[in-house]
Write a protein that binds this ligand. Structure first.
Ligand SMILES: Nc1nc2c(ncn2[C@@H]2O[C@H](COP(=O)(O)OP(=O)(O)O)[C@@H](O)[C@H]2O)c(=O)[nH]1
Ligand SMILES: [Mg+2]
Length: 394
């Protein structure tokens, strides 16, 4: 398939973004079905914590890790803070609206907090994907309906960068073609796509969805021929249309590098062309983006080992005055062989590990106490012997 065509063995991560209702979930469902029909089952990840029902079987579902409604209950202070900062975008009230109002919170804060919590465990997701490398050629990732929550949150960046620094990755921006027939609406949708392109720094495909309602050829023509778009705009006499006219000149450069494909998630049309675009986006990733992400990964690895070194230094400083086992008695010096990384790291562990460790601690303490007791016991015996022999000689 496409990845193989591009000569890449690792799976291709397809991050599906788009405005609420554009058809992201329906498209992921369609792509999953299509890939199954080609005997190339994808690895599917759902990152929308607020979705009620998924129409496809997800290999990883954020809802299994983070309970969106529980997050709303348990992190009210944090969410209030997030809602306060994100108030300008907080205009969607999902079906949970009534429930959330009980806590005086908005749903975007809940989605954002859920994503942030999930992002802290994303290294585990990466391990799962790595394990499935040979089985799945594609990783499909469905994202929350509220696109800005993903694209403008720290977790969105963490997730995108983690994926892109390990696997060929690309963004599919799903657009509702039937709701973009007005040139001003179309332009604002394109501006949004443009901002996401620059924010995510990944190869970008625009999937013009719902072509069963209206063919996307009008939009392609607007993008390719400036005059045609101007004609459409001339029929709109508003301040916005003047602004749009100047903006469309700016967007010309953006259009020229854009990969566009018309699809219908409901009818399943456009799938072949979609994967052709994916294939050329993967080539683009290998050519232009991979070197940058390799640099980023090395930088992150260096930062991580530096952080670990600093942590160890701090630990060693904290433990400085405490004489270590095997260290010269009373010197208090920390010896590399006794306080080395492995010895320290091994003392950390999971909750389950802690119980037996504390038992061992008790035994160690007992042994230490016994070894302290031993000389005094010997002295006591010697004194007793001397007393006994003195008494018997009298
Ligand atoms: N006619 C038509 N409707 C679609 C298509 N794709 C999605 N929809 C509908 O658009 C609505 C929103 O779809 P959904 O996948 O939930 O959007 P999301 O919020 O972006 O995940 C649903 O009612 C879908 O049935 C399509 O290709 N054609
Ligand atoms: Mg959805």
């Amino acid at each position: 398939m496409a990845a193989a065509a591009a000569g890449v063995s690792s799976p291709v991560c397809i991050l599906v973004l788009g405005m609420a209702g554009s058809g992201k979930t329906a498209l992921v469902q369609r792509l999953t079905a299509y890939l199954h029909s080609k005997n190339s089952p994808p690895y599917v990840i759902n990152l929308d914590p607020a979705v009620h029902e998924l129409p496809f079987p997800a290999n990883i579902d954020i809802r299994d890790t983070v309970k969106y409604k529980e997050v709303m209950k348990q992190y009210p202070c944090l969410i209030r803070l997030i809602c306060w900062t994100a108030r300008t975008t907080n205009d969607h009230l999902g079906r949970e609206g009534v429930d959330l109002h009980r806590y005086g919170l908005g749903p975007n804060g809940g989605i954002m907090t859920s994503l942030n919590l999930f992002a802290t465990r994303f290294d585990q997701v990466m391990k799962f994907i790595e394990k499935r490398q040979s089985a799945s050629q594609y990783v499909l990732i469905d994202t929350p309906g509220q696109i800005e929550v993903f694209t403008w949150s720290a977790s969105g960046t963490i997730i995108t960068e983690a994926l892109a620094s390990s696997f060929p990755s690309l963004v599919v921006y799903v657009m509702d073609t039937s709701r973009s027939t007005n040139p001003v609406t179309f332009m604002s949708n394109m501006l949004y796509a443009c901002s996401i392109l620059y924010k995510t720094k990944l190869p970008f495909i625009v999937a013009m969805n719902k072509t069963d309602i209206i063919d996307h050829s009008f939009a392609v023509e607007w993008m390719q021929d400036f005059e045609v778009f101007q004609d459409a705009l001339n029929q709109e006499a508003s301040y916005a249309s003047n602004l749009t006219r100047s903006m469309s000149l700016v967007l010309d450069e953006f259009y020229s590098s854009l990969k566009v494909v018309g699809v219908s998630a409901i009818q399943g049309t456009g799938m072949e062309e979609f994967f052709e675009k994916v294939s050329s986006a993967v080539e683009e990733y290998e050519r232009e983006y991979r070197p940058e992400y390799e640099r980023l990964r090395k930088k992150m690895e260096r930062a991580e080992s530096q952080r670990q070194r600093e942590q160890l230094d701090r630990l060693q400083q904290d433990m400085g005055p405490v004489p270590m086992e095997n260290s010269p008695a009373g010197s208090g010096a920390t010896n590399e062989s006794t306080s080395g990384p492995s010895a320290l790291i091994l003392t950390r562990g999971t909750v389950e590990d802690e119980a037996p460790e504390s038992d061992t601690d008790d035994i160690d303490h007992q042994e230490t106490e016994e070894s302290h007791e031993e000389p005094s016991f010997r002295t006591f015996l010697q004194e007793a012997k001397q007393r006994y022999s003195a008494r018997s000689s009298h």
